[in-house]
Design a protein around this ligand. Structure first.
Ligand code: GUN
Length: 286
């Protein structure tokens, strides 16, 4: 049976560490504020934002919560981002995605001061990741790298397969694993479906981030492999599940993340540590 990677416990430790840093910085007169912007009334996004604000409270991070109507114009949103860029109390800015269709997400991400880009989505931060320079990293893959560390899983020399190529998870994940000397394959919606099982079977580290419920089953997994499930899907009964069929996968994997309780909590916790990192970097403390 596989080791279950306890994202919840690791997230709690990560938050405690962030909270201790926040206290230390506050004693030096440095504010670690996080501004969170939610446009429109998507219920899923509202739930995520509430959870992030709760995390802030728990870590002693002062948050500014902006709930804007769905009709907000590009100009209004850009104006708010500009104000927050100039606000010394705000160390980090998060604009919850997706934005309503009439808004230009790329322009909004690019307008955020890269030093305050705690999502790590800004082209400057992604460019730094490509070049192997320090910078703010996207929370989900950063959290997964913390899991490898915590469970003594060294990616060096391993075959890592990432299923999914989003800018939020798949692409940065592949670069972070590459930086740790893994050999990378990225499978995606155009990968020959007849090849997909074989590609997954070659993985010592398999990261599933494709958004298809339970797509990856036990026989696709190399015995002893580390399986990381980024999925937040619903199964045929409406129950929360991942991209991996956990029941069959845990019989084969060496280590595996559950859904819920795996990648999700760590992603949120990494946002807190990114706020601390951003505040420190802004004050020349790194
Ligand atoms: N929407 C889904 N995931 C994320 C995330 O990590 N950050 C932001 N800003 N929006 C999201």
């Amino acid at each position: 049976m596989a080791t279950i990677i306890d994202g919840k416990a690791l997230a709690a430790t990560t938050r405690e560490r962030a909270a201790a840093e926040v206290t230390k910085l506050a004693a030096q007169g440095i504010a670690c504020g996080l501004a969170v912007i939610l446009v429109g009334d998507d219920q899923g996004s509202a739930t995520y934002v509430r959870a992030k604000l709760r995390d802030c409270e728990q870590c002693g991070i002062p948050s500014k919560d902006y709930k804007l109507p769905a009709e907000t114009s590009q100009e209004e949103l850009m104006e708010l981002v500009g104000q927050l860029n100039a606000d010394n109390e705000v160390a980090g800015i998060l604009v919850q995605m997706p934005l309503p269709k009439h808004l230009d997400e790329e322009a909004v991400v690019a307008a955020i001061d890269p030093k305050k880009d705690v999502d790590g989505f800004h082209p400057e931060n992604l460019g730094k990741l490509v070049r192997g320079l320090p910078g703010l990293r996207p929370c989900t893959p950063a959290g997964i790298m913390e899991m490898f560390d915590a469970y003594d899983i060294d990616p060096a020399g391993k075959n890592a397969v990432i299923v999914g190529r989003s800018s939020i998870v798949g692409k940065p994940m592949s670069l972070m694993l590459l930086a740790k000397n893994a050999t990378i394959s990225v499978a995606h919606s155009h990968t020959d479906p007849r090849e997909l099982a074989r590609i997954c079977q070659s993985a010592d580290i398999l990261v599933a981030a494709c958004g298809i419920p339970k797509m990856i089953k036990g026989p696709w997994i190399k015995p002893g492999a580390t399986v990381i499930d980024v999925g937040m899907d619903r199964d045929e009964n409406g129950k929360l599940c991942g991209d991996v069929d956990f029941a069959s996968a845990e019989l084969v994997a060496g280590a595996i993340t559950p859904v819920p309780g795996g990648v999700g909590p760590m992603t949120r916790a990494m946002l807190m540590s990114n706020v601390v990192l951003a505040a420190k970097a802004q004050h020349g403390l790194l």
